[in-house]
Design a protein around this ligand. Structure first.
Ligand SMILES: Nc1nc2c(c(=O)[nH]1)N[C@H]1C(S)=C(S)[C@@H](COP(=O)(O)OP(=O)(O)OC[C@H]3O[C@@H](n4cnc5c(=O)[nH]c(N)nc54)[C@H](O)[C@@H]3O)O[C@H]1N2
Ligand SMILES: Nc1nc2c(c(=O)[nH]1)N[C@H]1C(S)=C(S)[C@@H](COP(=O)(O)OP(=O)(O)OC[C@H]3O[C@@H](n4cnc5c(=O)[nH]c(N)nc54)[C@H](O)[C@@H]3O)O[C@H]1N2
Ligand code: SF4
Ligand SMILES: [Mo]
Length: 685
């Protein structure tokens, strides 16, 4: 295919590769072969030319002087970050020789890939890598760190990761942003809500922190962490009691409405108030607002499911639009994720058949520390790409302790010398998404998009797909599947007769148009859902079989350690998880990591606004600057951002987070941990 990379000047269509629901259409401006400007593509129907500051400043990252340009090998002690340049030949042969020895001596399952979606491109994040590791037969990774609990919960109710088309929400009259900081994390849903607001729509935000999103709401409702399921049940209690439910929808499209109706009788507004910290009057008001306004739309966030009970919370909230029949209204319903709409042919791309009859052991990525420190027989080699576990993974101190193991052979493929790469034996330089061919499917809007290379590769960097082809060759694998070109991979992935939403889609059209919408003549309703009953399951037999209550139920958070304050360390506005935390411009915009604390909690500890505080539990400790006020409820603390290490600063928030797994899908419980906070009187604490 034609590549724009060799063209020196011009404006080229592109797509944002970051793990963000908006997946914006971009225009990349080039002069003398280099990117001089990144802007939004005004032709993109959803993102319409607006992009965030992070990506407007993307050229700073692409040409950051700290970017890796050649492979490196470790010359100092583990974790000391002393490296020396080597050739690609040496890098690949070092890895393959070490792996061949490990396979002979300890078996292939001593090797573990560790990856996530630093670049959301399908070929990059789940393409040739999967083929390679399937063929190898290495230990497998359960990629559960982001949204797995909520997605499983949603599927128990709806059967599929799909909901409202966000473009239709301009017709919505009531938006509930529930556990999502959308101003920072889904800005175009806010733009759509603001448009609807001009026609009288109201915005309600339910969060544990009155952040940017809470501040723009018509009504901000603070809630105690991990209690949203109880609130949803309290709302259902009132909807049924006051006849605001949609009997016709319930009988046509759901199973279990009678059981649900009986079950929610116990969730009186008074009981729910006690659990959530929201007054009974407010619960009534919210339920009536929801029951009486149509179309109403719930944007279910990721934050509320990073809890011990996160799966059940999302399963429960997902029942609300069914009780009110909102799925039949244009702009009504809910979105957790829309990834099911654009489901491509993952079997063809990832080729699980290359495993043959082998069933390797698997590890949950949220428990990397334990995996490295406690597994027997041990993991002896980690191949890390598209993720930065020394910063983003729970119990990060344990992760780092594991990475320090002398007998662990660590390879890291990244664009930068991340905190994780500092522990590597071999580092491989990665291309940026602008240097690759790939395709992208949003998990919020309904467009599939193509990225053609728009710039030449930086230094000697290589895309993930090419590195895995090289590794396959070095391991002596002759399979054609491990030689397919990126073009061929795209064709195979797009050929998916089982997904009616992608009917007729082909690569040539995508090359011509850059973005194509999934077929919209097939809405969810009327239609048969992929649940066992084919309907929305308010009562679920499979949940019962899986050991859960079959009707939505409030399940309190697990007992964390005995510390007085809940701790919710979320992402921030100017980074994308830990991406950009090493880029000067983005750090400047974000200033410094802060801890938000209620006035009452601060007063009890003699802490004043702007002071440095120590946050600690048995897992670790952090030092942040405190912001005292009413942004959080008493008993709750919040920080924002996954910050890079800086000399003499303890700002690794994941040193404090638990590596317990959530109720469903083995998800992460970042926000269910507890801490103590105290004033730092002596900076050398
Ligand atoms: N700017 C920016 N954008 C991003 C990211 C980023 O790092 N920065 N990360 C991307 C990724 S990978 C993801 S998964 C998404 C995440 O984006 P979101 O879906 O917005 O999820 P979070 O920001 O983790 O949490 C959202 C909100 O949930 C609140 N919260 C925490 N616990 C609870 C609770 O128990 N109940 C309620 N009601 N609220 C609670 C937090 O205070 C926070 O305001 O954003 C993506 N977009
Ligand atoms: N405390 C706390 N921790 C969290 C969260 C939270 O809210 N609070 N959020 C969690 C969530 S939702 C998520 S999704 C995870 C995300 O965590 P990660 O998946 O680690 O995401 P990033 O921090 O963005 O790191 C991505 C890395 O991939 C690299 N990369 C980018 N493109 C490529 C490529 O093409 N090839 C290769 N080889 N590398 C590439 C980037 O340079 C970057 O170093 O973090 C989780 N951690
Ligand atoms: S990070 Fe999100 S909002 Fe920013 S350009 Fe990318 S897709 Fe758009
Ligand atoms: Mo995520």
């Amino acid at each position: 295919m034609n590549s724009f990379a060799t063209q020196q000047d011009g404006v080229f269509k592109s797509v944002c590769s970051l793990d963000c629901p908006d997946q914006c259409g971009l225009l990349v401006h080039k002069k003398d072969g280099k990117i001089v400007k990144v802007q939004g593509d005004p032709d993109h129907p959803v993102t319409q030319g607006n992009i965030c500051n992070k990506v407007r400043n993307m050229a700073e990252r692409i040409y950051d002087e700290k970017r890796l340009s050649v492979p490196l090998k470790r010359v100092g002690k583990k974790g000391e970050a002393a490296f020396e340049p080597i050739s690609w030949e040496e890098a690949i042969s070092t890895i393959s020789a070490r792996w061949k020895r490990l396979i002979a001596e300890e078996g292939v399952e001593s090797i573990l890939p560790y990856s996530f979606y630093g670049n959301m491109g399908k070929l990059t994040a789940e393409g040739m890598d999967r083929r390679f590791f399937h063929r190898l037969g290495a230990s497998q990774l359960e990629r559960t760190i982001c949204s797995k609990a909520g997605s499983e919960g949603y599927k128990y109710t709806m059967g599929v990761s799909a909901g409202t088309d966000p473009e239709e929400t301009i017709h919505t009259k009531l938006f509930i942003f529930w556990g999502i900081n959308a101003v920072s994390t889904n800005m175009h849903q806010i733009t759509l809500a603001q448009k609807a607001r001009k026609n009288g729509a109201k915005i309600v935000v339910l969060d544990v922190h009155k952040n940017q999103t809470g501040r723009l709401a018509d009504w901000f409702i603070p809630i105690r962490p991990g209690t949203d399921g109880a609130l949803a049940l309290g709302i259902m209690h009132i909807l049924f009691k006051e006849n605001m439910h949609d009997e016709a929808f319930l009988s046509e499209y759901t199973v279990g409405s009678e059981e649900l109706r009986d079950h929610v009788k116990q969730y009186t507004p008074e009981n729910v108030s006690f659990i959530t910290g929201i007054s009974a009057e407010d619960i009534y008001q919210l339920a009536r607002m929801y029951g009486e306004t149509s179309p109403s739309f719930i944007r279910i966030g990721n934050g509320l499911q990073h809890h011990d009970n996160g799966g059940m919370i999302v399963r429960t909230i997902a029942c609300l639009p069914a009780v009110t029949g909102q799925w039949l209204q244009l702009g009504g319903g809910a979105i957790k994720h829309n990834s099911g709409i654009l489901e491509y042919n993952s079997r063809a791309l990832q080729r699980p058949d290359l495993l043959k009859s082998r069933t390797p052991r698997s590890f949950n990525m949220n428990q990397l520390g334990r995996t490295l420190l406690e597994t027997d027989p041990p993991v002896r080699s980690l191949y890390i790409y598209g993720t930065n576990p020394a910063v983003v993974t729970p119990e990060a101190n344990k992760v780092r302790e594991g990475l320090m193991r002398e007998d662990l052979f660590v390879v890291v493929h990244d664009l930068f010398l991340t905190e994780t790469a500092k522990y590597a034996d071999i580092i491989l330089p990665a291309t940026s998404a602008f240097e690759n061919l790939d395709f992208y499917t949003s998990y919020w809007h309904h467009y599939i998009q193509l990225q053609q290379p728009v710039i030449e590769r930086y230094g000697e960097s290589k895309p993930n797909t090419e590195v895995f082809r090289l590794l396959a060759e070095a391991m002596g694998f002759e399979d054609q599947e491990l030689k397919d070109s990126d073009d061929e991979l795209i064709r195979q992935a797009l050929d998916h007769p089982d997904n009616p939403y992608l009917e007729g889609l082909n690569y040539e059209d995508l090359i011509q148009h850059s973005f194509i919408k999934a077929k919209r003549d097939k809405p969810l309703f009327p239609g048969k859902l992929p649940t066992p009953s084919g309907k929305i399951e308010l009562y679920s037999d499979i949940m019962k079989k899986d050991g859960f209550p079959p009707v939505p139920t409030h399940i309190p958070l697990a007992e964390d350690e005995d510390y007085p304050l809940m701790y919710v360390p979320g992402p921030n506005h100017n980074f994308l998880n830990s991406t950009f935390s090493n880029n000067a411009k983005h750090i400047k915009l974000e200033k410094e990591p802060k801890l938000f604390m209620n006035t009452q909690d601060a007063k009890e500890r003699g802490i004043e606004d702007g002071e440095r505080v120590l946050i600690w539990n048995s897992r670790g400790e952090c030092e942040l600057t405190v912001s005292v006020g009413e942004q959080v409820l008493p008993g709750v603390t919040v920080s924002q951002g996954l910050w890079a290490d800086e000399p003499n600063k303890k700002q690794l928030v994941n040193s404090l987070t638990p590596d317990r797994l959530s109720d469903m899908g083995g998800g992460a419980t970042f926000f269910s941990g507890k801490v103590q906070v105290e004033k730092i009187t002596n900076t050398s604490v």
